[in-house]
Write a protein that binds this ligand. Structure first.
Ligand code: MG
Length: 257
């Protein structure tokens, strides 16, 4: 009996499981197509806020995976929900992240403050991006020192790319926390919000598993929500996590073996 036969639906991480820097991993598309053909449901659950869920869904479709936009949920969506609950729709914020992340915040109604108005921010909303600079670090950390709420998409120290691990949102967040003395609330995995959003998309199936490459976020977070965790090719060497995945595989095709 294959591992896949134990489940009717999967929450599935993207980076490091389906693709690396949007380059599909060997056998990933074929495996997801075969399982979907067998009637198994997928919801893709990603801490990567750099692209809007609809844009990530489009990349999956271009790769040959038939998904609807609603089948991708990201840490940015979870952050938006959290920040709206705490500060109301339309709150003025200092926002740090990619152009796509900033647009998602604007579309959700937040007022993104220019530097000279940073003093009226009610929250600092942070996500990793490659143009992070000293001025952003200064504005964010000074606001947090004034007591402004710090919320980030995730605490991931790195993100997997084809040439190795790049600094992730957590690395940028650490700079802000160091400079401000404050601590952030994070919205993405391993916090429950993203897993719960994914389960809602799947219709709350009984036999569901989470496929992820990170023991401390994907697997630990899923299992805390009562979902079986399947570690996919994760390099957990040196990890101090006490989490034990239900299954451990090298790559998605092993689900069918
Ligand atoms: Mg991953």
């Amino acid at each position: 009996m294959s591992i896949a036969e134990n489940y009717d639906a999967f929450l599935c991480d993207l980076d490091g499981v389906v693709w690396l820097g949007h380059e599909f991993l060997p056998g990933a598309v074929e495996t997801i197509r075969e399982l979907s053909g067998d009637g198994k449901d997928f919801c893709f659950v990603t801490n990567n806020p750099r692209l809007a869920p609809a844009d990530q869904a489009e990349l999956l479709r271009r790769g040959g995976i038939a998904v609807g936009n609603h089948q991708v949920v990201s840490a940015a969506s979870a952050l938006i929900r959290l920040a709206s609950e705490r500060h109301g729709d339309g709150a003025p914020v200092i926002a740090i992240g990619t152009a796509s992340f900033l647009k998602q915040l604007e579309d959700a109604g937040f007022e993104l403050l220019a530097d000279d108005r940073a003093g009226s921010a009610r929250a600092v909303l942070v996500s990793g991006h490659q143009d992070f600079d000293y001025n952003e670090l200064k504005l964010a950390s000074m606001a947090v020192r004034r007591g402004v709420d710090l919320i980030a998409t995730s605490n991931d120290p790195t993100m997997p790319m084809p040439d190795g691990l790049w600094p992730g949102s957590g690395a940028i967040l650490a700079a802000i926390e160091t400079a401000s003395g404050g601590r952030a609330t994070t919205a993405g995995k391993p916090e429950p919000a993203l897993f719960e959003a994914g389960l809602d998309v799947l219709g709350r199936p009984q036999r569901v598993a989470m496929l992820g490459d990170r023991l401390d976020t994907d697997i630990a977070g899923a299992q805390a929500c009562g979902i079986d965790g399947i570690l996919v090719g994760g390099d957990d060497a040196g990890s101090v996590s006490s989490t034990v995945p239900k299954w451990k595989i090298e790559a998605l095709p092993d689900l069918l073996a």
